[in-house]
Design a protein around this ligand. Structure first.
Ligand code: GLA
Length: 402
């Protein structure tokens, strides 16, 4: 009887250990690079190594970028025992060698699979192979898994993602678990114990403000559209569990320098994962300076972990606000339109309350110093109204410090 109870206790503790994601990871939004937005299915080991080489040395690693994630289409077939193999032509050295290489650069390695029978690119999915795949990833040393939602007829998202979470836990190698089910089953309501980030929308499209019809009922969305679709979700984000508005299109050739700046700034205001999606090997200095602006990144990576919110919209300019640790604040004036817009923000007559985070920006009692985060210049204090001109499709982003 005694042994029976002890046995039961042991079983229960094993079960509860598995029913948890890896809890210490992603205390700030994950930062890294993913192959999909630029390369889609055209991935191979040489490209991934080159991207890792560049990220380790071009200032990105120093700015906090950590994960190199191969998205869809790395897969070959399953072997006779059901173990997944990489595509032998594209990954002749095998996945373990590639993971070791990325690790040797002081970076972490991410991989992609799908909860269904196939991935969105038609490769083998993990359905029915969850524990086997998680074990394989652990043997390879994989640190991050993006888990997609194609070919999942008859599956419930919460169950399917929890199964993979348990499988990763069982395999034992710490993995950041990135849910990619496009917000369909509202993962923000159930996934904070399942994954570390969850996509909130369909795919991003490389444009400022458009909707692209992919056929079927699938659509992709430009930067502004994605930003607007984050409304109402900030209460679900925090350290270890982030809303993911998708990988960035900065540096992919369709956005102007202003739009790239605005896209990046807004991802930081949203405490979004910062996953670059461009060809790091051929990036112009302007794009690199956007991706590595440390003062802007610090807003994203702020340890308070509170997602920003839209305070107001006037004359095509959104005012976004994000409370930061130690009583600091970030403000971002986003000009949605083409025409430059002058802005004035009077701290005395426009007090800011964040009901959710229970914070007040009370500039009557406290005088804050203001710094412009893109120019790096000091911009006075909150004793006087803040004035600036926001160029079309651009931002002015400032940080208030006590
Ligand atoms: C889905 C995802 C994308 C990408 C592709 C790969 O569309 O949302 O981010 O992973 O699949 O096929």
């Amino acid at each position: 009887m005694k042994t029976g109870l002890a046995g039961l206790g042991l079983l229960m503790s094993v079960a509860s250990a598995q029913a948890q994601k890896f809890t210490r990871l992603a205390q700030t939004p994950p930062m890294g690079w993913n192959s999909w937005n630029k390369f889609a299915c055209d991935v191979d080991e040489q490209k991934i190594r080159q991207v890792a080489d560049v990220m380790a040395t071009n200032g990105m690693k120093a700015a906090g970028y950590e994960y190199i994630v191969i998205d869809d289409c790395w897969h070959g077939k399953r072997d006779t025992l059901g173990f997944i193999q990489p595509d032998k032509q594209r990954f002749p050295s095998g996945m373990k060698a590639l993971v070791d290489y990325v690790h040797s650069k002081g970076l972490k390695f991410g991989i992609y699979s799908d909860a269904g029978n196939t991935t969105c690119g038609g490769r083998p999915g993990s359905r029915g192979h969850e524990y086997q795949d998680a074990t394989t990833y652990a043997q390879w040393g994989v640190d991050y898994l993006k888990y997609d939602w194609c070919a999942t007829d008859g599956l419930k998202a919460e169950g399917a993602y929890s199964t993979m979470r348990d499988a990763l836990g069982h395999a034992g190698h710490p993995v950041v678990f990135s849910l990619c089910e496009w917000g369909t089953a509202k993962p923000w309501l159930w996934a904070s114990n399942v994954g570390h980030l969850w996509r909130t929308t369909g795919d991003i499209y490389n444009c400022w403000d458009c909707v692209h019809d992919n056929g079927g009922d699938s659509k992709s969305f430009g930067v502004l559209r994605i930003i607007d679709m984050q409304e109402g979700l900030r209460q679900y984000a925090g350290p270890g569990h982030w809303n993911d508005p998708d990988m960035m299109e900065v540096g992919n050739g369709k956005l102007t320098p202003s739009e790239e700046r605005a896209h990046f700034a807004m991802w930081c205001m949203l405490a979004a994962p910062l996953i670059a999606g461009n060809d790091l090997r051929q990036m112009n200095p302007q794009t690199l300076s956007v991706l590595t602006n440390k003062a802007v990144i610090a807003v994203d990576q702020d340890p308070l972990g509170v997602q920003g919110f839209r305070l107001a919209t006037k004359d095509s300019v959104d005012t976004w606000v994000k409370p930061l640790a130690e009583g600091d604040w970030a403000l971002c004036f986003l000009n949605r339109g083409r025409k430059p817009q002058p802005i004035t923000f009077d701290w005395k007559t426009q007090p800011i309350h964040d009901d959710m985070a229970k914070r007040d920006l009370a500039a009557d009692g406290t005088r804050y110093k203001i710094r412009n985060l893109w120019t790096g210049r000091e911009a006075g204090t909150t004793a006087k109204p803040f004035r600036a001109e926001v160029p079309g499709h651009d931002v002015v982003m400032i940080r208030l410090s006590k």
